[in-house]
Design a protein around this ligand. Sequence first.
Ligand code: ADP
Ligand code: MG
Length: 871
Amino acid sequence: AEDDAATEERRRSHARAGPAPFVHVARTQAMQDARSGLPILGMEQEIMEAVAENDVILLCGETGSGKTTQVPQFLYEAGYGSSEFLDRVGRIGVTQPRRVAAIAAAQRVAQELSTPIGATVGYQVRYDKKISPKTAVKFMTDGILLRELQADFLLRDYSVLILDEAHERSLNTDLLLGLLSRVVPLRKQLAAEQPGILPLKLIIMSATLRVEDFAANSNLFPTPPPIVRVPARQYPVTVHFARRTELHDYVGTAFGKVCQIHERLPPGGILVFLTGQREVEYLCRRLRSKFDVRHSAAEPAGRDAEAESEARQAADAFGADEAEQQGDADFEGRDAVHDDFETEEALEDEDDVVVMGGEGFTPEQITAAEARLDSQLGTKLGAMKGAEKAGGPVKVHVLPLYAMLPRAAQAAVFGAVPEGARLIVVATNVAETSLTIPGVRYVVDAGRAKEKVLDTHGAASKYEVAWISKASAEQRAGRAGRTGPGHSYRLYSSAHFNDNFPQHGDPEVLRTPLEGVALVMKAMGIDKVTNFPFPTPPDRAALAAAQACLQALGALDSTGALTDLGRAMAVLPLSPRPSRMILQVAKEAAASRKRSGDALSYAVALAAVISVESPFVHIDGIMAREGESEESVRRRRQSASSAHKRLRVARSDVLSALAAFCAYNNATDREGFCRETYLHSRNLREASALHRQLVHALMHMGEKVAAFSGGKAMEDLLKSADTLDKPSPTVLMQLQRAITAGWADQISRRVHSIEYVQEHSTSSKGRARAVRYTPNALDEQVYMHPQSALAKAAPEFVAYTQIVRTAKRPYMTGVTEVEAGWLSIVAGPLIELSAPLDAPAPHYSEAVDAVVATHAVSFGRHGWQLPSVEK
Ligand code: ADP
Ligand code: MG
């Protein structure tokens, strides 16, 4: 302890003494020069003092100010992370919410220190690791650190941890914050008591002003940690709002805007924000073929095929922790529809212009920067006001940027731009805060991002295109003001911005099904889920309900402890319900002597299908087209109804959806098939993409998956959707039982009462039959949806995936017939057995090699009687 105190004292005095390095590093002159321009460099002493004197500090500053790349170097030079002065490695750990950012930052810092990656500076992300025993600065995704916490709650490997991009409020970052808020005091206490344990420093870094969420959060820190602010050095950015908001073809609008900027405005990089890989690749192709001779008419098909295959490869390289940027399924390339941009309306269609930023510079400095840019680029900034044109056409250098892009292609955005060409980077929101692209002067902001949304079916999380927050829009605009004054073109109106953009996005914890959050936490050894110090706590009652659900599924025992089943569920890259479903199939496959592993590949497909909206077009939603006769509408409804009937599986809506999915995947003309059979191709495409990802993620789990399934079903998982035939009756039965297991707490029992409802019109009388049920888990009665595959049969017990409320009634949807006998097998936690019955008398059973007695079985809180069992 004395040694540690001495070391600590040396660090402190070093921090006070200022920039004389404690550990010597060799930077090239060019690197020194590049660093010296960063606002954070003048703050080294202040930051190091704050670190020395506090356990936790908050550091916030504009994107690009040097937080990610410089702070780890300050710490390294100050001796944190060095084994030279400590007889053990105390690493400097830096977490990032995204894989791309972890790798890019590690590479940049290694380069600045003139060391190879994996030596002094390394990184670890899922499936990829460049770390050696000597590594002092380790960049990683937050998921990696969470896993390390499970192995060593004291995180003895580290002397400092930096949680970067904390403002993004990813679930992992929030969990880390909660956990580290407890680890830091623990380490401090232990360090005081035991030699060989150092205190742990925590630096929370954040780009925007959301630091109050952390600082004044008594959940996390009893005394608010000090905030160190890196002064903003942001050149003014002129924000241009569009006159109207393009609601659909924003990619086309972005294309037009980029063309306008390129053709009319002075040199300077353009950064375009879209939502996903497909859009990005598509816009890149369009821009290349319009401007770049090499990729124009001569070889358009080849170029397309190439880009397509690159995109495909990238998608294949997709890993489960990279889900943030996935969901490439919902964009349709519409080359043919776009008209080429008309040059005459150039850049004059904005209604509102606002100038933001400009802090940190005097007017003279801004003028000087303008002059410098002018002389570098041979332009006049006056031209940017639209008065002058930028001279003849210049070449473009178009680069995509998204999380799934292969590493080398990602690095290209930091590379040299060919002489005389304009850099155009088309990116997803990865470019919003975590990566700084040099030379950007124009931002084109579509105002949307792909966001994780709560999936009402409780299956895998989904990604949907949604409006970004006002804070994000400011961030995006700010990207244009790094090297000099810039412009941000927003493809939405100021009214739309004011009315529809939230101030800040919700933290991920509020957008994730809580069963999943609770299971992840339990698997991490966090016992008291409801007491966890979340930076933004979810509703306590909802958390308690999530725990109850996990108990019903058998993931937690009655004391709330994780079971073996729960441990297995936590490993699968899916939410608890579909995980439970898949494990039920796997277990039965492993137990059966016949080769019935086939069901497993269907179960994985089913998990994907359940996660998206129904593929069946709603019959009541088929309306008269312009000038269409009533008779014709009726005929279309009828043919939709009979087309659906052909695909239907009588005993389950979700299995009907699976059957539709299989038929869709085997169709040669998928779009045509959807039109003929009245299916939503968008939902099926989405399911198909999700299925590919699931299979991929499960494959990466290797022996872990084999362990669930007796080792026999791996090849079945490898089966892609294209080889899934129509599921056999045996498979369907297995899946039905598995659905019962996954939705065991959502079982309803029929009440003998049939009502005729007006709001659905499947019958010619304009009324439909709705059967009433009592759900086990709700305090109200619900109805079988008249368009369910089970509407007529109305079996006694059913499982539902969702309750849909109309103005008049709650309806069950996603319904599956349940055999009463299954419940005692798959819904154990909800079952109560009576004392052994006298008749038949207890007797010896060879099958279980024990004496068994018959018990009466009751299920759930209404005490429904089920067939008795022997036990
Ligand atoms: P912050 O974390 O505050 O957003 P960074 O440390 O990521 O800032 O970046 C600081 C500066 O370092 C950027 O403005 C950019 O000029 C430069 N930089 C960062 N990464 C790279 C890279 N991979 N290649 C070239 N320059 C980079
Ligand atoms: Mg950063």
